[in-house]
Design a protein around this ligand. Structure first.
Ligand code: FPP
Length: 259
């Protein structure tokens, strides 16, 4: 027999508080990266609505999750907002997402929580693929938050992991050709130093929502030793309890870096 809703809600909230206490007592990831997947399926299956409704809720979820990260002490949050492959979706959806992400960047840059917590808001990806309106939003966020470094919100837009590596290799090859660098001096650190987020630590935890168990060309270089966590919930339905569970799973892992 199912428990009456009022009892199951109370039990849920007790469980959430216990889990929160447990998680806050342990080490949290310094850098959390998220593949925010499942917006369209959420729109279709849960809302019985158009895909864009799922994206709108997905955007709101990101605002919520940024708050959870700041409250739990996660310093860097990197999210996969739009991949290079996403440009192959129908034009209407692409422009809708470009507008949604541009507006989100501007809103983050104006958000009092971002200023109170000194969050630097930035974008990683190939700027040559982006419309002017997005480039303006990126500059706006940069101007308003470039003085901050307590927290970071990085949005991957027009991003592809292989493309990022190719861009880095080309830049290094150019330096070698110009005589500014010797081939023998190229190390892993050289490659890391030529990635879009070269000043950030690698992600400690990479989380993907929606039940898909793959990496989809996200942060290929940087996630060599990241812990991976997959959850079945769609991104707009991702709850605080799911967030806490992902961190608890991270705390239970033993990170040996191959040793
Ligand atoms: C994956 O769900 C999500 C995207 C391709 C875009 C991510 C965008 C958002 C979370 C909303 C806007 C966000 C920002 C950063 C402000 P999907 O569309 O592939 O859904 P599906 O897997 O169910 O098809």
């Amino acid at each position: 027999m199912a428990l009456p809703k009022i009892i199951s809600n109370a039990a849920y909230s007790t469980y959430e508080s216990q889990l929160e206490k447990e998680v806050l007592a342990g080490p949290v990831p310094g850098h959390l990266a998220i593949i925010m997947d499942g917006n369209r399926r959420y729109a279709k299956e849960v809302l019985q609505a158009e895909p864009r409704e799922g994206h709108i809720m997905g955007r709101a979820k990101l605002e919520e999750v940024l708050g959870w990260c700041m409250d739990t002490g996660i310093k860097v949050l990197t999210v996969y907002a739009f991949s290079t492959e996403n440009f192959n979706r129908d034009q209407e959806e692409v422009s809708f997402l470009m507008d949604l992400i541009s507006q989100a960047l501007r809103d983050f840059a104006d958000d009092p929580r971002v200023h109170e917590n000194r969050v630097r808001v930035g974008v990683l990806g190939d700027p040559s693929m982006l419309p002017e309106s997005m480039l303006e939003a990126i500059s706006y966020a940069d101007e308003r938050t470039s003085g901050y470094s307590d927290h970071h919100l990085n949005m991957a837009v027009a991003y592809g992991g292989r493309q990022e590596i190719v861009t880095a290799v080309k830049e290094i090859a150019r330096k070698v050709k110009e005589g500014a660098m010797d081939v023998e001096d190229i190390t892993e650190g050289t490659l890391s130093g030529h990635m879009y987020m070269s000043s950030m630590p690698d992600p400690d935890l990479v989380l993907r929502t929606s039940g898909e168990v793959r990496i989809s060309n996200f942060l290929l270089w940087q996630m060599a030793y990241s812990e991976l966590y997959f959850t079945d919930v769609y991104w707009p339905g991702f709850r605080y309890i799911d967030f806490l569970r992902s961190i608890r799973a991270y705390q239970q892992r033993s990170r040996r870096y191959g040793t």
